[in-house]
Structures are given as structure tokens and as C-alpha cells.
Design a protein around this ligand. Structure first.
Ligand code: DGL
Length: 266
């Protein structure tokens, strides 16, 4: 198992925020990344559809011989995690629980949670946060326009700023002290969101906590690969459509060259 890779999937480039944290925490591991760009966005789909797409993605990664699957998508994590955990005989982790853990560490009393329509209507963050601390007030808001803006590569665009203001200034007015970026695409907009909301509101994303969790699971099984360092060129990237666009926007976000993005038939 030690020599196998870590599998990560998302609907698109959002999971690269988790990929980045995993590469920082686990530089000796090779990663197979899948972005289901042909069927993106997931956040506007029904629970049944999200579960079906998530299963397809997970089975694809299992065929690529991975030792653990990181569901780097909040929409999939909200609906498909128990199904995937029940069907696969390797560990499968999601991003909601780690996000909730990160949130309660920094919030004083009022947390804003933003995500796709699917994630917000699942109530998964409320549940995970309130299970850990019942005294925290949660204000949730779906922000469906963020994902297409990120996929388009409009990471520092005036239109993106306007959309951020429209969605998030009402949350600021309600006095949130922290904001959970409950979609893996959103940390790509972290600088711009921080600029609009100001320094008093802490921005939380689950990527680092997910990377720590991945590390501790692999360690506990004795599955850490320690022999050599693996860089981005050792990793495999797959998408289900438009590899060129993924490569272009992914490189802007990672500030690294991605050698090759393959098309996956799933
Ligand atoms: N990045 C995903 C998430 O965390 C999904 C975005 C989408 O496809 O709507 O929810």
C-alpha cells in the first residue's frame, strides 16, 4: 500500500486547493487527481445525481490504484461520503468534518458558512459545527456564481469582486466573526474575499485540516511513503472534459506548471 498514490476528486479545479495542502503536508506522496469538468457544477444537482457522479469518480480512482480517497468537494462530501465509505475497502475522507473542526477553533460566536446550493441545503456544516459547539450561531448562504467564475479563471476580476460584495456584505452586516469557505473552489478567491470583508473576519477553509487528517490516517495504517520526494510532475491529473482549460487555470492557481492533463472516460 505504501507505494500507491493518494486519490483526490472534485467536480473541477476546486480540489486543487486540497491538492496543494496535501502536497505541502505529504511531499513524499504521489497524487492522482480527477476533476469531473464535464458534469460540473455539482452544487446545483440533486443528492442522487451527486452520489452517482461521486461513485463514478471514486471507482475511477480505485482503478488507478490509490490507497486513500480524499473527496475534495463539499457537495459530494455532504451527500456521498457514507455511500463511498460503505462501498470501498480503502479509507475515504471528506472535507466537511475537517472544515467544521477548523471553524470552531477560530470562531467566537457567529460563523458564516458559504457553499454551493447543494452543500448549504444539506445542512451538513450546521450539523457538524453544532455537534462540536452548540453555542455558536451559524448564518449560511449559497453562492452559486462563484464556481463558474473560478472555472473561468476570473480570479481577480472586477465582476468577481462585485459578485463577492453582493453575496457577502450582508453576512458582514449580520456580524459574523469568521467565514467558512464551504466549497473547495472558494479558497481560490480568498484574497479577493478577504479584501471585501476586511481583516476582522477570519476566513476558514478545510484544506490544511484535510491534509493533516490524510497524514494521520496513512500513518496509522503504516502506509506513508517516505523514500523520496514527489513533485507535481510525478502526479497524474485527469479531467472529464476541457483539459486545456483545467491546465491553464490550474497553473495560475498553483503557480506551477502542470505537465499534462489527461482526459478520463468515466
Ligand atoms: N468544489 C465543489 C464543492 O466543494 C463543487 C463545486 C460545484 O461543482 O458546484 O462543493
Amino acid at each position: 500500500m505504501r507505494n500507491k498514490s493518494i486519490g483526490i476528486f472534485d467536480s473541477g479545479i476546486g480540489g486543487l486547493t486540497v491538492y496543494k495542502a496535501i502536497k505541502e503536508k505529504l511531499p513524499h506522496e504521489r497524487v492522482v487527481y480527477l476533476g469531473d469538468t464535464a458534469r460540473l457544477p455539482y452544487g446545483s444537482k440533486s443528492a442522487e445525481t451527486i452520489v452517482k457522479f461521486s461513485e463514478d469518480n471514486a471507482f475511477f480512482l480505485v482503478e488507478r490504484q490509490v490507497k486513500i480517497i480524499v473527496v475534495a468537494c463539499n457537495s459530494s462530501s455532504s451527500y456521498a461520503l457514507p455511500t463511498l465509505q460503505g462501498k470501498l475497502d480503502i479509507p475515504v475522507i471528506g472535507v466537511i468534518e475537517p472544515g467544521a473542526e477548523a471553524a470552531i477553533k477560530v470562531s467566537q460566536k457567529r460563523i458564516g458558512v458559504i457553499g454551493t446550493t447543494a452543500t448549504i441545503s444539506s445542512g451538513s456544516y450546521e450539523k457538524a459545527i453544532l455537534e462540536r459547539n452548540q453555542d455558536i450561531e451559524i448564518i449560511s448562504k449559497d453562492c452559486p456564481l462563484f464556481v463558474p467564475l473560478v472555472e473561468e479563471g476570473w480570479l481577480n476580476h472586477k465582476v468577481t469582486r462585485l459578485v463577492i460584495e453582493e453575496y457577502l456584505l450582508p453576512l458582514k452586516e449580520k456580524g459574523i466573526d469568521s467565514l467558512v469557505l464551504g466549497c473547495t473552489h472558494y479558497p481560490v478567491l480568498k484574497d479577493l474575499i478577504g479584501d471585501v470583508l476586511g481583516k476582522e473576519i477570519q476566513l476558514i477553509d478545510s484544506a490544511e485540516t484535510v491534509a493533516e487528517k490524510t497524514f494521520s490516517i496513512l500513518k496509522s495504517f503504516g502506509w506513508l511513503h517516505q523514500d523520496r520526494h514527489f513533485g507535481i510532475t510525478d502526479d497524474e491529473f485527469y479531467v472529464t472534459d476541457f483539459p486545456e482549460r483545467f491546465k491553464k487555470v490550474g497553473e495560475i492557481f498553483l503557480q506551477r506548471k502542470i505537465d499534462r492533463v489527461n482526459t478520463a472516460a468515466i
